[in-house]
Design a binder for this molecule. Structure first.
Ligand SMILES: [Fe+2]
Length: 183
């Protein structure tokens, strides 16, 4: 017989993840819209579809536990999403904005990797092998997404570091610094 308090902790952690994933389902389209690199935008759109599938996996787990997935708000994800929207509100140049978006997205992935790693191990100890394999699938997807973002960042960070690439629509706008040119 599992320890009921530990089992409750497992369910609570799953509820937290359910809230986190659903917050992300709302945030990812905004991040995709803000991204200027086509590759990054597609990456966000792809991860949105993946995230919807991850919500379904959690639904399956809650059904088997005969528990409601609702009732918790993931404050960690709320903070991360808020930081992501702050990035979008800043008036950043194209590649710099993309570099900042990648930074925000990787924070999200690392948070999820930690959370899924935890619940996956909990599931194993509780003898919930089916849950563990579902959670493992999601964990792998989050790791892959993080790696893809790291790859994308190499190219985008280099672009972001190029001198003087103002946003076209801002060219000639008063109050904006003109790009420094090599003398
Ligand atoms: Fe996720």
């Amino acid at each position: 017989m599992p320890n009921e308090t530990f089992k409750k902790l497992y369910v609570d952690e799953l509820k937290d993840l359910y809230s986190a994933e659903n917050q992300l389902v709302k945030a990812l389209p905004k991040m995709a819209k803000a991204a200027t690199s086509e590759e990054l935008r597609e990456g966000f759109e792809e991860h949105l579809e993946q995230t919807k599938g991850q919500v379904q996996r959690l639904d399956t787990i809650f059904q088997s536990l005969n528990e409601s997935p609702k009732g918790k708000k993931c404050m960690g994800m709320e903070g991360l999403v808020k930081e992501g929207s702050e990035v979008m509100e800043e008036d950043l140049e194209h590649a710099v904005l993309d570099a900042a978006l990648i930074g925000a997205a990787q924070r999200v992935e690392h948070y999820e990797i930690a959370a899924y790693g935890t619940v996956c191990e909990f599931a194993k100890v509780l003898g919930e092998t089916k849950h563990a394999s579902l959670l493992e699938k999601t964990l792998e997807e989050e790791k892959q997404t993080d790696e893809k973002l790291t790859e994308l960042a190499k190219e985008i960070n280099a672009q972001a570091n190029e001198p003087g690439s103002p946003r076209e629509e801002d060219e000639g706008k008063a109050g904006r610094r003109t790009p420094k040119r090599a003398a």
